[in-house]
Write a protein that binds this ligand. Sequence first.
Ligand code: FCB
Length: 440
Amino acid sequence: MQASRADFPEGFLFGVATSAYQIEGHAFGGAGPTHWDSFAATPGNVVRAENGERACDHYHRFEEDLDLISGLGADVYRFSTSWARVLPDGTGQPNHEGLDFYDRLVDGMLARGIRPAATLYHWELPQPLADKGGWRNADMPNWFADFTQTVMSRIGDRVWSAAPINEPWCVGWLSHFDGAHAPGLRDIRATARAMHHVLKSHGAAIEVMRGLGMKNLGAVCNFEWAAPASDDPADMAATARYDAIYNRFFLGGLFKGEYPPEVLEGLEPHLPKGWQDDFALIGTPLDWIGVNYYTRKRIRAGDGPWPAYAEAETVLPLTQMGWEIYPDGLRDFLLRTAREYSGDLPIYVTENGMANPDLPDRPDTERIDYLDAHLSAVREAIAGGAPVSGYFVWSLMDNYEWSLGYEKRFGLVHVDFETLARTPKASYEALARWWRAQAS
Ligand code: FCB
């Protein structure tokens, strides 16, 4: 790899990210059913109907996995807590085994000198809450606040940072409009409510954590650069709608107390009554903002009602996901986030990485090149004035890639899903060579 720690500002943190359902093994330790289990059990939703029952069995192998993180020289580890593991019914009685697990996990990080970066929710909604309408239900902020209180009363004294909800766009739009993630709805009204309730729940969780005296609280949003397929005004307008829904809606709520007009055009009639009054809660001050970035989309005008956009054909080299490799988008999002939304707040790249097929002799050079190019983009953004303070690779190890099952491999560490053996890839070794030097 080209980079070294000296190329980044002093104190810049490097880390890896995972999430609970994707690695832990949901069948273990008394976790309750989630909407992902139901989604995956419904034919056609997930490749080979795979689910997170066993995943990487991180639940039993977390010490080995923390050793891998420490061997990499990572300063920080972004993990998530499973709501259904902590509160199997979604509310009420906690599962002590679940709380004990996160307690041991956090202590295991601290013992190795790794900073714990917690995300409260990375998509495994307890099924009993999904039965009540899940993110559509106006009670979600209260349920989520209770979950936050339960988890953070236990580990909040030792985590280095915390964020409530991973990728509001995925929780809202992808899951309720596109139907591609649990609960698999394609319903504009459900979408509007979910998108708004996700932000309210975020605010409620931040308030709970402030009440517990926690510091270094942020939000993690995902972005996809939207490039018009042509300069035809219809394609340009469609691209602006795509960009507003994906990239500007959540930041607008968090930092400006408003939603973009291109989104209100479609969603306003479906937002819950009194939505305008919720921005004080939604915009409760943060200590940092997280940017997850993988790719861009080329957009053209589409048929039918709002949002009337369509994806145009790809033109750049692709990852195993079929995603274009476009590092400039990361630079431009970092610059735009600082300039238009978060100002001087530290920005962390909370996810970035690529999937590659599992071929035994593959040298893994594509992943090394991908990471190198995106780390250069981060340096360009810093040079351009964006206060970027850290970078996390998605992911530590191959894991359950949601509706795409176990086939798409994002890991720096290879996982054999038969034996569960972990084997560091060349990208792990390449990063370790310079991350291990003077870990901060
Ligand atoms: C992000 C998710 C993460 C993983 C990567 C590839 O959207 O946060 O769980 O699926 O994409």
